[in-house]
Each structure stands twice: as C-alpha cells, then as structure tokens.
Ligand binder design. Structure first.
Ligand code: SF4
Length: 240
C-alpha cells in the first residue's frame, strides 16, 4: 500500500503530496467525481466507505522516508478525512500524529465542522500545518440537498473561525464553484479568519456550461485584491 503520493494533473495544483485514509466517502455530495477517479462503484463509494487496509502502517513507513520534506501532505483528495466513519475509526487523528512526528506538514481539507476541531491540538504543533474547508453554498437547505452528509456552511465557518483563533493557518477551497454568487458570499463572510483562498471551476457537469467563468474570475480576483487576501486561481479558471 502506498500512503503518501504525488497527485497528478489538476490535483497537483492543490497539493504536492497527498494521502487518502479511507476508501469511499459518506458525505455523498451529488457532484462528487471521486468514485470515477478511484474506479469504484458510486453507490458503494458513498454507501459503504471503509478504512484503507494497512493504511497507518504504510503511512508510518512513507512518512519516515520523507521525514523533514518541506512539501505539505494533503488529507485528502478522494475522501473527506472527517467523514462520519472517522468518528468511529479516528484514522485522521492518528495520521496527523504520524506526520507531526516525522516533521511533515499536514493540510486538512474537509466539509466537516466542529468535529474536525477536535484535532486542532495536533495541528497547532507545527506552524506549517493548515486547516481548510470546501465552501460551496451559504444556504443550509441547498447545502443539505447537494452535500447531504457534510456539515452545514455555518458549522464550517465556525471551524475556520476556531482554527484562526488558535493561530492555525486557514484556507478555503472554492471548488467546485457550483454558484459564483455563493462563492463571492462565502469570501465576504469568511474574510476575517481565512488566510488563503483557492478558486477553481465546476467541471464535468452540463450545468457548469451556463456559468460565465471569465466574469466570475474577474469578480473574484477584484474582490480578493480589494480585501488584500492571498489566493490561488486554478489553471482551469485562469484559462476559462
Ligand atoms: S466530501 Fe469530497 S469525496 Fe466526499 S462525497 Fe463530497 S466530493 Fe466526494
């Protein structure tokens, strides 16, 4: 089992190294394309997520080899590190321990709220660790419809606020940008406690073709420049 890997293509813009602790994800986002990425049946991916066999042992080994590498390790690309089964297995907490011990920075990306904050005591131990959430909607009803298992926007904002209060660097992924309007609102709401925004498009969906991406790119960059925030526009949006 390989635990830490170098993502390819689009994913590389997000993180130079990553690790997926679970196979599948119970958040059940309607736009999720992870099952196709790991060639897994969609119903099984969302309905029966499982810890990857031998993942912590493999992580221990890989982390030892990479010890001290300045590249952060993203948790995770093809699953959410704080999806509901993590409450039972707690692999994410153990993984952060392993990465901390080997002097490797960890960057969290989740759609969970206060339950993710339980591990902030570990994130605090390395100033290069960071806590991030994906923000798509601001309305709880729409959020529930599109991301049925994930925490509501309010809870994700709260987790970011808490991380910032504890001096853990915070970031937000505004990808997929399902609604440019909601993305702009999410920036306005979270501006005081988010250090970095990463913005991309919404791909692989016919509805995304109706969105005026150049207009969104201009609006979002103008706003972030005005607010003096750090941001990364992903290549697909830069070239849209
Ligand atoms: S949180 Fe990510 S991996 Fe999990 S269902 Fe949603 S889009 Fe898929």
């Amino acid at each position: 089992v390989q635990a830490i890997y170098e993502p390819k293509g689009r994913a590389l813009e997000y993180a130079p190294l990553a690790c997926n602790l679970y196979r599948g994800c119970g958040h059940g986002c309607t736009y999720c394309y992870a099952p196709a990425t790991i060639r897994m049946n969609r119903d099984e991916f969302h309905g029966n997520p499982q810890p990857r066999l031998g993942i912590l042992e493999a992580l221990e080994k890989d982390a030892k080899k990479l010890a001290g590498d300045p590249r952060p390790v993203l948790l995770s690309f093809t699953c959410d590190p704080y999806q509901p089964i993590n409450d039972q297995y707690g692999l994410t907490r153990q993984a952060i321990h392993i990465l901390n011990r080997n002097n490797l920075a960890v960057h969290i990306l989740t759609k969970r709220g206060k339950l993710a904050a339980h591990d902030f005591d570990l994130l605090e131990r390395n100033p290069l660790n960071a806590f991030g959430t994906t923000l798509t909607w601001t309305s709880p009803t729409t959020s529930r419809e599109w991301e049925p298992g994930a925490s509501l926007p309010e809870e994700r904002w709260e987790a970011l606020r808490l991380a910032h209060k504890r001096h853990i660097p915070t970031w937000v992924s505004l990808e997929p940008a399902l609604s440019p309007r909601a993305a702009i609102m999410n920036i306005r709401i979270t501006r005081d406690y988010v250090d970095l925004y990463k913005i991309g498009k919404w791909n692989y969906d016919a509805r995304a073709k109706e969105i005026d991406w150049p207009a969104f790119r201009e609006e979002v960059t103008a706003l972030l420049d005005r607010l003096g925030k750090k941001y990364l526009i992903k290549r697909d949006l830069r070239e849209a």
